[in-house]
Ligand binder design. Structure first.
Ligand SMILES: *Cc1c(COP(=O)(O)O)cnc(C)c1O
Length: 390
């Protein structure tokens, strides 16, 4: 097609070519370990590192290549590799770019298992891992050492939701030749154009909005940098991160509706967050689109949307037992990790055990707003808040 299509249209009309004489809209589910070559010369000519054709199931089939191309397109990147979970995608970045003697910087509000993996790399693999204030911005320049090889960012960060100044961090990192990785899961690649803001590597937990069904675990690493991509491809092969084709198909099936779902989650979450802001039980609403959230001004500057995930802190007069009772008392909001599906979820967190510094006095609860009718969700929160406070 001659004209440049919008990303959403391009997502629906992918470049997938169905088998000859079988025109159908879905992408085929191509299972394979062995891939056949017509002759030895063809076998030798194919290079899995450059994806110049199919070589072995672990390197991908037309099904994975299609998903990878679509994910790269959403983010505005050129290269994409998928992995068996979001955490596996994080591992791919860490193992591609870090070795013994290297240093990695991560925000203090980074996704918990990424923090744990960094501490594991420090304990057992001779890498140093240091955690920075997510609101550090350009000040990160003072933390960058000669052996710093990777800076992780996440905006907003997990659970406490501070929005980092990713462009300022990228600028400081690039001045010292250090690549920046962003966990862009919260915005699904839809609300934050990471590469335009200077990010070198985007990581996505496809488990969330891309799947949208609370039924698949998958992750992706996306980049525009050929050299970084080469390292990612090598790490992907060396670790052996294969992904099941039926799962890949489920994500492909959901992806075309992701924009609509994301916008619906966003609109509903903002209404619920604003409603919570009026309640006397709640001290702060940590939603990037609301002024209570640290880094709200940066969200206004850099983001075009929000999605369904935010947190609140309770007035300190409410004990942990009372807040737990509030969560237990919800009927529509289920208790469980992950997010991005149709069901609303709610989890209380013990922030003092998760952050180096945590000044808020009241307990924190994270909401994932699903696709139920907003009035029903508000009524659910209201009945449980009233019972808790009684
Ligand atoms: C869920 C999540 C991950 C990890 O994804 P899994 O597929 O569950 O391993 C990584 N980062 C963020 C911000 C997440 O919310």
């Amino acid at each position: 097609m001659a004209e440049k299509l919008s990303p959403q249209t391009a997502l629906v009309h992918s470049a997938y070519v169905p088998p000859e004489n079988f025109g159908a809209l879905p992408v085929g589910i191509h299972h394979a370990s062995t891939v056949l070559f017509p002759n030895v010369a063809a076998m030798r000519a194919r290079n899995w590192k450059e994806k110049s054709g199919y070589t072995y199931g672990l390197h991908g089939t037309p099904t994975t290549f299609t998903l990878e191309a679509r994910l790269a397109e959403i983010e505005g990147g050129r290269h994409c590799r998928i992995a068996p979970s979001g955490l596996a995608a994080i591992s791919l970045v860490n193992f591609a770019l870090l070795k013994t003697g290297d240093d990695v910087l991560l925000p203090d509000n980074v996704y918990g298992p990424n923090k744990d993996q960094a501490m594991w790399l420090e304990r057992d693999f001779g890498v140093t891992a240091r955690f920075y204030d997510p609101l550090i911005g350009a000040g990160i320049t003072d933390l960058i050492q000669d052996n710093t090889r990777l800076i992780w960012t996440e905006a907003p960060g997990s659970v406490s939701m501070e929005v980092s100044d990713v462009p300022a961090i990228c600028k400081a990192a690039h001045a010292k030749g250090v690549p920046v990785a962003l966990d862009n899961t919260w915005s699904a690649g839809l609300a934050f154009p990471a590469f335009e803001h200077g990010v070198d590597i985007v990581m996505q937990a496809l488990t969330k909005y891309q799947s949208g069904g609370s039924d698949v675990l998958m992750g992706a690493v996306i980049t525009n940098d050929d050299d970084i991509n080469h390292k990612i491809e090598l790490a992907h092969m060396r670790i052996g991160f294969g992904v099941g084709m039926d799962d890949v198909y489920m994500v492909l099936r959901s992806l075309s509706s992701m924009r609509l779902r994301f916008d619906a989650h966003d609109a509903a979450a903002r209404r619920i967050a604003s409603w919570l802001k009026q309640r006397p039980e709640i001290s702060k609403v940590l939603h990037p689109a609301l002024p209570d959230c640290p880094g709200h001004d940066i969200w206004l500057r850099d983001f075009s949307g929000a999605g369904g995930l935010f947190s609140v802190t309770f007035d300190p007069r409410f004990s942990e037992e009372q807040i737990d009772r509030f969560v237990d008392g919800l009927r529509l909001f289920k208790i469980g990790f992950s997010w991005g599906g149709a069901h609303s979820l709610c989890v209380p967190y013990r922030m003092q055990t998760m952050r180096k510094t945590w000044a808020e006095q009241g307990g924190l609860v994270r909401f994932n707003v699903g696709l139920e009718t907003v009035e029903d969700l508000i009524a659910d929160i209201e009945q449980s808040l009233n019972k808790m406070a009684a």
